[in-house]
Unconditional design. Structure first.
Length: 302
């Protein structure tokens, strides 16, 4: 080989080496970006889960502490309407009293307060699956089909890490078998067939390995972005709900807010009880309060 050809070959070799080094640096930057995104997402998950627990606890305490007070207010409204109707005998008052009695309902349950976002068991299965990386639905059958079992056995036998001693190759096989195990657990015959073709093609060269790693990291970033979107939607629904809105108003002292609301409700109850007593007192001999607390007209004297 003449000197010019040798120089050109060396130059090409250097360029190839520089290109590979640039690819490695790009992959390393992408890897750092993925790690940073994962760390940020973990912190965001902690914040959302913390708020979810606070919403659930606040909702239950709201029902336990304030539910009876709200119920008493509604009951007093019914009794007052019935007392007014019994005193006046006006058809419109009677209609309002009947509507009030018909609409008298207990405090809504926790599931209703969550407005359908979650039930008493916690997150819906779709959200759990997205947050944990698990599938939404359980497998359709206990044992995968015969083809899936055959593909799985063949892949494990040929790709088992204990068949090699090189550390890098063992790591590659372990990562590969992780994908094989997941495909088998999902009963995904097509995924197993694709993995069999991938294994038969042999290990990628260094350049292909870097490209594959880049694709994996980009896919991971996309998945992290989707996961954060789901968390953001869940957090928004929590914040926009009735309980979440109340929590935002009293972020520093939610227990104090409950007590403040309870005190206001007790004041309203006292006012309504006084109003009911006034109506009963005004009625005098015209009526009496029945055992159930409802106002009843007395029968005519014989």
């Amino acid at each position: 080989m003449n000197p010019e050809a040798q120089q050109e070959a060396r130059r090409a070799g250097h360029e190839t080496q520089d290109a590979r080094e640039a690819d490695r640096e790009a992959v390393e930057r992408l890897d750092r970006a993925v790690r940073a995104a994962e760390t940020a997402l973990i912190e965001y998950e902690i914040a959302v889960e913390t708020f979810r627990v606070e919403v659930e606890n606040f909702s239950r305490l709201h029902e336990q502490r304030l539910g009876p007070l709200y119920g008493r207010i509604e009951e007093l409204d019914v009794l007052i309407a019935e007392a007014v109707a019994a005193r006046t005998g006006d058809p419109e008052d009677l209609r309002r009293a009947q509507e009030a009695r018909a609409s008298f309902l207990p405090m809504p349950a926790v599931e209703e307060l969550y407005q359908g976002w979650m039930d008493s068991a916690g997150l819906p299965p779709e959200a759990v699956a997205m947050l944990t990386g698990q599938r939404v639905r359980p497998p359709e059958r206990v044992r995968p089909g015969e083809r899936a079992r055959r593909l799985y056995r063949d892949l494990v036998r040929s790709a088992h890490p204990d068949l090699v001693q090189d550390d890098a190759e063992r790591e590659r096989r372990e990562e590969f078998l992780t994908r094989v195990n997941k495909a088998y657990a999902d009963g995904d015959e097509e995924a197993l067939a694709g993995l069999a073709e991938e294994w038969a093609a042999g290990p990628p060269d260094p350049g292909e390995r870097e490209a594959a790693r880049s694709e994996e990291l980009y896919a991971r970033l996309e998945w992290l972005a989707r996961r954060k979107e789901l968390l953001a939607e869940a957090a928004a629904e929590l914040e926009e709900g009735a309980i979440g809105s109340m929590l935002r108003l009293a972020h520093d002292d939610p227990d104090g807010l409950l007590e403040e609301i309870a005190e206001q409700l007790r004041g309203r109850i006292a006012e309504k009880e006084a109003r009911l007593a006034e109506l009963v007192g005004e009625a005098g001999q015209a009526g009496q309060v029945g055992q159930a607390g409802r106002w009843e007209r007395p029968g005519r004297a014989g």
